[in-house]
Write a protein that binds this ligand. Structure first.
Ligand SMILES: C[S@@+](CC[C@H](N)C(=O)[O-])C[C@H]1O[C@@H](n2cnc3c(N)ncnc32)[C@H](O)[C@@H]1O
Length: 338
């Protein structure tokens, strides 16, 4: 859709860089925010260069800012590729690069909600260290292990795996193990890099994170005793992928099709893995209410309780399921939309 001339004129009056950004960014408010981030980023880079004795002029600085605004606004480059990373969770820095899906705010939002709820309510975390328990404390048997294990399928940059590691920091006597799996070598390499950048946020708490390259349709986790499977699988239909209303030009041009195109087969496989591995709980991102209903109808049997959780924009965004017979997970119903 073309931008109204009045908005363009307003932007030009304020600054040429703002006007450059508008075709992709669309609103003056968003363009102002992006211009501020780009300016901060360039200042940081230039300060860094200056500290190494490289001469940097005010002209270099301005040229760099306007070049990035041009790439962003006129060529449609995602901001995260230009700035190199995306903040995530409380303190994670997730490096981004072409060929690997950029983490979305919706994913961060549900990831934080679910991880914090586990930390608050699951007996593994609430019952205290095993050594500190009063004799006779009634802990469900499924919560008595010393390692809480999370499997993140379709991990991409590793953002969700690292978010769970950050949010589930446990008392030292216990440990948390998070494994992220992706079919793309490019994604796994980036996830490993993200792990090494962010390891300081969780390693001293006894939490470990591992990234593995694997096709989830050929994966075997039957004997791995995971406590929960989380996933943001490819879920965009062909129809939505090619429709400008659902998928922007920038997403189609820069982000990998393999990370986006998918649907019910992925959810069917996730719940099959959960059944084979006797995994007590599953949380997956979904596109909308229609897809949520399809998953509940087609992939989840009577042994589970399940429902959806909407995001702050009011869109059904997550399917949450847990085994009925396990009391350690029954608190999950608090996450479900009423
Ligand atoms: C929607 S992206 C999610 C990335 C990341 N978890 C996030 O939330 O930003 C889906 C990911 O699934 C991966 N993928 C696609 N098919 C797969 C398969 N058969 N097995 C494992 N991973 C797969 C893609 O490479 C991509 O990184």
């Amino acid at each position: 859709m073309r931008l109204p001339q009045a908005i363009l004129t307003r932007a030009w009056r304020e600054s040429a860089n703002l006007a450059q950004l508008l075709p992709e960014v669309r609103t003056i408010e968003s363009a102002r925010s992006e211009l501020r981030w780009i300016t901060e980023y360039v200042h940081e880079k230039m300060t860094d260069r200056a500290s190494k004795g490289i001469k940097v002029s005010e002209g270099d600085l301005q040229n760099k800012i306007s070049h990035l605004c041009y790439l962003r606004g006129q060529k449609g480059f995602p901001l995260q590729y230009l700035l190199g990373s995306q903040p995530f969770g409380d303190s994670l820095e997730i490096k981004c690069r072409r060929g690997v899906l950029i983490p979305r705010w919706e994913t961060e939002e549900w990831g934080i909600k679910v991880a914090q709820a586990i930390r608050r309510s699951h007996p593994f975390f609430t019952a205290g260290a095993q050594e500190d328990l009063d004799p006779g404390t009634d802990i469900p048997s499924e919560a008595t292990g010393h390692t809480f294990k999370v499997l993140d399928l379709c991990t991409g940059t590793g953002c969700l795996a690292l978010l769970f590691a950050e949010q589930l920091r446990a008392p030292t006597v216990k440990s948390v193990y998070v494994e992220g799996v992706d079919i793309s070598q490019n994604a796994v390499d980036l996830a490993r890099r993200n792990r090494s950048i962010n390891v300081g946020q969780f390693e001293q708490y006894g939490t470990s994170v591992v990234f593995t390259r694997a096709d989830m349709f050929a994966l075997d986790v039957a004997s791995d005793h995971f406590d929960i499977i989380i996933a943001n699988p490819p879920y965009v239909s062909e129809e939505h992928y090619y429709s400008c209303r659902h998928t922007t030009r920038s997403v189609r041009r820069f982000e990998p099709k393999q990370a986006l195109l998918g649907g019910i087969d992925f959810y069917r496989r996730i719940f099959q893995l959960a059944r084979e591995g006797a995994v007590p709980a599953v949380v997956c991102e979904v596109a909308d209410q229609e897809q949520l209903q399809e998953i509940v109808d087609e992939c989840i049997d009577d042994g589970w309780d399940a429902g959806g959780m909407s995001d702050s924009a009011g869109v059904a965004r997550t399917v949450i399921a847990w085994r009925k017979e396990l009391s350690a997970w029954s608190w999950m119903k608090q996450l479900i939309d009423s």
